[in-house]
Design a protein around this ligand. Structure first.
Ligand code: ADP
Ligand code: MG
Length: 683
């Protein structure tokens, strides 16, 4: 048995609790409740007040009520399927307790003849008499029943009473953890302890008190733990010392002269950040965040040249083959001729692959582009000094940590992401990295015109598309996956494809999730080569790919998408010099909320601004990339409601870092809240 002042009590498997058998434990685990700690965050939804004792005469049919009665008569029929019926009375009347499928012995025990008991349950009527069926709240000690009983959103198979008992047991045994917060912080929450906060959280009268000290304290604990874990990973990475990289930006200057455009100020600044990191003795672990089309690729490719100049190799990883190929082509057309470039794709034939692997191993190749296949065991770099990863928003903290270990201590890491996230979330999502931002869009880029159209106006849209095709432009036509009818997922795209094919014979292509990766790449390549004009697709058009000739995107059922996702989709067009247009289509009249969202999109082309506003309208859980980011969901903390706490958390982490505070005193906090066990080897 573990001593109860220790956090370990809360990290036990739930099956260790009294009253949780195999069955209950299985049900809870299905609900992702594994440890005792997880139980604490399943909060009561509302409560049932069983405290008032009613006279039988005044009972109301259909209500849950409590009575104090004397057991006066048993009726145990010996006929199968007939219920056992126990008659009870108080001064004012009689009531029957009816039991289906209950053993006589049990009934005699809980309702002993001629004794006074308190019973609570739903009052019904049968043949003109009051009745309670299978009452669960029965006790000779009325104080056990006369309470407010929490009602939890229960999983089938666990009864209310049992669940309350389990929770009560945990609350009674809650360890008194040593306080981890500094007194200034604690004061902001009126000095309430963690232990008391948890107890208050489960008190019926406190349901929904989001602004109370106990609630805020617990939310802050969560935020600080999340920030601290990131901060520790970051610190650990910073401790890694690498061999110095020396370069004079010779290749960089060469390529800058060759470009048909000037780098934006933000691009220049980010390059300076990266170059500085590359030259330092600490390993770089940096995120380059920039809206779609902000020009991250060229920045990464230029920095790669500096690493090559310093005598190291570079690996560039993209999420899809086609994107890897675009980056490879860009390098081929802009890099100095003496740089050796390779593309390793799933399609590379195995003889060629072996050759490339050998050349990588002999350092005859300076930079290689590919998908995650680049990190296979048989690919051994002679002198890898830099890993660049594009569109990394699908990685979680854990994956990133593994990544930073890859390539060894001399290997700097740059991640790129076009997924803008609200400011308050940056620390929790990316706190383990240094962050560079590109906010500025390349000059002369025209804003994408955004319109909304009702579906019955499709003829207007067709007319517009005809005109654009006549100008030689290409069109994306996006239909969402209809979730209600999983089986017919692709019907909507296929129908649309048939429909458009009739109007634009031989000018339409089709892409959806059921199409194999190879075929998909082929279709995208044909579209790139302008073999057809309209690409009808689900949302599988990958992020990052440059389609300079596509300048119109039509998005059907636009209300099915989040704002950030619409913004990302819209970013597929408008990368060339032509005026780009995005048409959002709706099947019916828009709700007020939907109208607001469209307005935000029409008025802003800034992904960060949009994600911020999206969060305010839909909650942060829906923000693109957030769910996939592997980031644990907060249990109580809400980035919208608790913005102040997130800011306080950032300040506190900075203080802890600056004053070099020993995080030993946060041990319980970290052990409890770090569900991914990331911190294990640190504290
Ligand atoms: P993202 O940041 O979304 O990855 P890309 O790197 O693919 O964006 O760049 C989008 C397009 O903008 C590319 O065609 C690229 O050549 C172009 N571009 C990048 N930087 C500039 C710049 N400073 N001025 C003009 N065009 C630029
Ligand atoms: Mg990109």
């Amino acid at each position: 048995m573990i001593k109860i002042y220790d956090y370990q009590y809360l990290l036990q498997d739930i099956s260790k609790l009294n009253g949780i058998g195999k069955k209950t434990s299985k049900i809870l685990k299905r609900k992702k409740i594994y440890k005792v700690f997880d139980l604490l965050w399943k909060l009561p939804q509302y409560y049932i007040d069983r405290s008032y004792i009613s006279n039988i005469k005044e009972l109301q049919i259909g209500k849950i009520q409590t009575i104090k009665v004397k057991v006066i008569k048993y009726n145990f029929p010996r006929v199968k399927n007939l219920p056992n019926r126990i008659t009870c009375e108080d001064k004012t009347g009689k009531i029957d307790c009816v039991f289906f499928n209950s053993f006589e012995g049990y009934i005699r025990k809980v309702l002993p003849l001629n004794e006074i008991v308190t019973i609570s349950g739903k009052i019904t009527e049968f043949r003109g008499k009051y009745q309670i069926t299978n009452p669960k709240y029965i006790s000779p000690d009325s104080s056990l029943i006369r309470k407010k009983h929490n009602k939890y959103a229960l999983t089938e198979g666990i009864s209310e009473k049992i669940y309350n008992k389990i929770i009560q047991q945990v609350l009674n045994n809650l360890p008194n953890l040593p306080e981890w917060h500094n007194s200034n912080i604690l004061k902001k929450f009126n000095n309430i302890s963690w232990n008391l906060s948890i107890k208050k959280l489960h008190e019926p009268k406190n349901i929904g008190k989001y602004n109370s000290d106990f609630y805020k304290r617990l939310a802050f604990d969560e935020i600080l733990a999340s920030f601290m874990i990131s901060s520790q990973i970051r610190k650990k990475i910073k401790k890694i010392k690498k061999e110095l990289k020396f370069f004079n930006c010779n290749f960089q200057h060469e390529i800058e002269k060759k470009l048909t455009f000037n780098l934006t100020n933000d691009q220049k600044k980010v390059l300076l950040d990266i170059n500085k990191d590359l030259k330092m003795k600490e390993k770089m672990f940096r995120l380059l965040q920039g809206d779609v089309g902000s020009g991250k690729t060229i920045v990464a490719l230029i920095s790669a040249l500096n690493v090559i100049e310093s005598g190291y190799q570079v690996a560039v990883m993209a999420p899809t083959e086609i994107l890897a190929k675009q980056h490879f082509n860009l390098a081929k057309s802009t890099y100095p001729k003496n740089i050796n470039i390779a593309l390793l794709s799933g399609k590379t034939i195995s003889k060629e692959k072996k050759k490339i692997e050998k050349e990588i191993n002999q350092h005859n190749i300076d930079i290689v582009f590919g998908t995650h296949a680049l990190f296979q065991k048989n690919i051994i770099f002679k002198k890898l000094g830099y890993i660049i990863i594009d569109e990394q928003h699908k990685f979680g903290v854990n994956q990133r940590k593994n990544l930073s270990d890859k390539g060894g201590k001399n290997c700097d890491v740059l991640l790129m992401s076009a997924t803008p996230i609200p400011r308050t979330l940056i620390m929790s999502v990316y706190g383990d990295m240094d962050i560079s931002l590109i906010k500025e869009k390349p000059k002369h880029r025209k804003e994408i015109l955004t319109y909304s159209k009702l579906e019955n106006k499709i003829n207007d849209v067709i007319r517009f598309v005809k005109k654009e095709i006549n100008y030689g432009n290409q069109i994306f036509w996006v239909c969402p996956i209809i979730e209600e009818s999983k089986k017919v997922d692709h019907v909507s795209v296929i129908n649309k494809f048939d429909f458009l094919q009739k109007i634009f014979p031989n000018k339409v292509g089709l892409l959806h999730g059921k199409i194999s990766t190879d075929k998909k790449d082929e279709i995208l390549n044909q579209f790139l080569k302008k073999k057809f004009k309209i690409l009808v697709s689900t949302t599988v058009i990958e992020v990052g790919i440059d389609f300079p000739n596509a300048n119109v995107i039509i998005i059907e059922n636009a209300n099915k998408f989040g704002l950030s996702q619409l913004h990302q989709l819209r970013g597929r067009v408008g990368r060339g010099n032509k005026q780009a247009t995005c048409i959002l289509m709706f099947s019916s009249n828009l709700s007020e909320n939907a109208k607001k969202r469209i307005k935000i999109l029409k008025n802003s082309n800034d992904g960060f601004d949009i994600s911020e506003q999206d969060m305010k309208l839909r909650g942060f859980g829906d923000i693109l990339g957030f769910n996939q980011s592997g980031l644990k969901n907060f249990k109580l903390a809400d980035p919208m409601q608790n913005e102040d706490l997130f800011i306080l958390g950032e300040k506190e982490i900075k203080r802890i870092e600056n004053e070099k505070i020993n995080i030993g005193k946060y041990k319980s906090l970290l052990k409890l809240y770090d569900q991914a066990d990331i911190i294990n080897d640190i504290v």
